[in-house]
Design a binder for this molecule. Structure first.
Ligand code: MTE
Length: 434
């Protein structure tokens, strides 16, 4: 029976087989280069790319051990907005949101504290000169161009959704599980939730004349090409199965009611609900609509599971985000004994709305249900709280674990993979009671 490549799970399995047999076209990168990188990635589990490209990757190194001299090698991050240390931790070309800075903010992450993940640096692109070129062999005619005004004239949709890096929480593979991983050493702040407004990608594809032959849809960013280990990987791009592209993907031009800021992909970015952040291509400049399967480094040697229990070519490309919880509190915070403190935090899941959050203040022996402050919603997060009155001085570990509507609860341990993706285990949040 012929495979239905518009079905997501069949798509993943089929692509994996085609890639292994060398049948898929590697869009824009020499296949030998990709295979070389791919072999290196599988063997050493290290491309350094999680930390962004080129020199910065070398400066960042493994998440487990930044190493001496790292600070001296760090270049300016190439991010336009201010990055005050109380709001962000700069990691190479990226800026992680300090979760404590979300305390007291609403359900949306304000732009001034929304994390930034850049492979290179933020380009400045004027909306007036911006064009989206839609092209490829699965269109009925030739390429079709959309200006900013034309995009804005299409029916608008608005949705509250998270963007979360696949490597969010990566540092806990090392610090909590003693496992080596490569890439940016995020704690839990490589996530933000915003109200995105834009046009449906499906409307754009239909107006461009997408045909039934379409299999993959490949948005590409206008930021600089990514160079790693001497190989130019080209511009950031990652194919989407046509089923997802025609389903709920947005071409966003507004974030929290304002024009999309430069660091978050302005004037226009892709937003792929519930999928790992790399799918949500910023500064989108063109979209290929292809009748044959497409491969790029971002769905071959990156953003798959590699390591024990995985095939040598890695798992199928990662798609949906996983389940996590975070306290809105500094790691290592000092709290006064016998004084009631309202512990607050957020939980989210790529699979289904989070409908239960439990908190432990004694390192995991006993759990109490936290109060939820938002209606559980898919693709977003819930804020929660629990009052705590510490009774004894000394170090303590706070834990929060979420359960989503699929019935899945955060596990005690995340399954290791060499690039440290999709960490989902309960995180031990250290505090000191004085
Ligand atoms: N798109 C382009 N063009 N270039 C990039 O470097 N980074 C991706 C994605 N889209 C990236 C991109 C990654 S890995 C993530 S997690 C999100 O953008 C981050 O979005 P943000 O910077 O708006 O938080």
């Amino acid at each position: 029976m012929p495979l239905d490549l518009s079905d997501e799970s069949q798509y993943d399995r089929a692509r994996l087989r085609q890639w292994a047999r060398g049948r898929a076209r590697s869009a824009g990168v020499d296949r030998r280069d990709l295979l070389r990188l791919f072999a290196a990635g599988a063997a050493a589990g290290s491309l350094g790319l999680g930390a962004a490209g080129s020199a910065e990757a070398a400066a960042q190194g493994a998440a487990a051990a930044p190493g001496p001299g790292t600070a001296a090698a760090v270049a300016p991050p190439g991010i336009v907005k201010p990055l005050p240390p109380e709001l962000f931790t700069v990691r190479g070309t990226n800026a992680e949101t300090n979760f404590a800075s979300l305390r007291g903010t609403g359900p949306l992450t304000p732009v001034d504290r929304f994390f930034v993940r850049n492979h290179t640096s933020t380009p400045r692109i004027e909306a007036s000169g911006w064009r989206l070129n839609v092209w490829g062999d699965a269109l009925a005619g030739g390429p079709v161009e959309f200006s900013y005004d034309r995009l804005r004239s299409l029916p608008a949709v608005e949705r509250t959704l998270f963007v979360e890096c696949a490597g969010n929480g990566r540092s806990f593979y090392s610090s909590q599980q003693g496992q080596q991983v490569t890439g940016t050493a995020w704690t839990l702040g490589a996530i933000g939730v915003a109200r995105w407004r834009g046009a449906r990608l499906s409307d754009v594809l239909r107006r461009a004349g997408v045909t039934r032959a379409a299999v993959d849809v490949l948005p590409r960013g206008l930021d600089d090409e990514v160079v790693t280990n001497g190989v130019n990987l080209g511009r950031v791009r990652r194919p989407l199965p046509v089923s997802k592209a025609l389903d709920d993907v947005i071409l966003a031009y507004e974030m929290n009611g304002e024009p999309l800021p430069p660091d978050h992909g302005g004037p226009v970015r892709v937003i792929v609900p519930s999928w790992i952040g790399i799918s949500s291509v910023k500064w989108v400049g063109d979209i290929e609509v292809s009748a044959e399967p497409l491969y790029t480094p971002w769905n071959t040697d990156l953003y798959r599971f590699f390591g024990p229990g995985q095939p040598p070519q890695g798992s199928a490309p990662l798609t949906r985000q996983t389940l996590k919880s975070a306290f809105e509190l500094e790691a290592g915070a000092t709290l006064p004994v016998h004084r009631t403190r309202l512990l607050t935090g957020r939980s989210w899941s790529g699979a289904a709305p989070v409908h239960r959050v439990e908190v432990s203040t004694d390192g995991g022996a006993r759990w109490q249900r936290a109060r939820l402050h938002d209606a559980p919603r898919r693709g977003g997060w819930v804020r929660w709280s629990l009052p705590w009155t510490p009774r004894a001085t000394g170090p303590a570990a706070l834990l929060a674990r979420a359960t989503d509507a699929t019935g899945r609860t955060q596990p005690a341990t995340a399954v290791h993979n060499t690039q440290g993706y999709l960490f989902d285990a309960v995180v031990r949040h250290p505090v000191t009671v004085v």
